[in-house]
Design a protein around this ligand. Sequence first.
Ligand SMILES: [Fe+2]
Length: 198
Amino acid sequence: DNLPSYHREIAENFSRDGAWGTWVGRWTAEENRHGIVMRDYLVVTRGVDPVALEQARMIHMTNGFASPIGSHSGLLHSVSYVTFQELATRVSHRNTGKVCDDPIADRMLQRIAADENLHMMFYRNICGAALDIAPDQTLEAVSHIVTNFQMPGAGMPNFRRNGVLMAKHGIYDLRQHLEDVVWPVLRKWRIFEREDFT
Ligand SMILES: [Fe+2]
């Protein structure tokens, strides 16, 4: 729901020139599709109170989103942040599908998780190439992101309470963040095998 803010942050950081512009446009369209299908599902099934959902959306979107690391942080911080964030989203959507106990929700969230995985791979490849080209600068950005990580929804109403519910139901917790998100990405980048970092 906060996609206009995310689009602004990403467009400002990556620019909209050439291939970047094409990527940002396509990414925005895909994330919007995810938001639409999840909202439609929740409203049609009355899975949540639609009035409460709309009230929360108004507060959340009015606040908007600004990157906690600031928009001056540049490309390396942005691509490392979104690598971890897209993977976290993939893991949590996938697990949400499992605990919904409804084959339609499970299929829908599997499909969304597959998109999130592609988003993650795109950013992970760019960040991996940056590690080859500019290892010191990139490692500094990665280290800053890993040690200050927050999901983009952190300011939304009841985020803390919902975060506890997510942990309780096996959707996402700190252990999953470490084992399913942080370690696999760092291993893929061969962070601990690179001579220049040892
Ligand atoms: Fe995504």
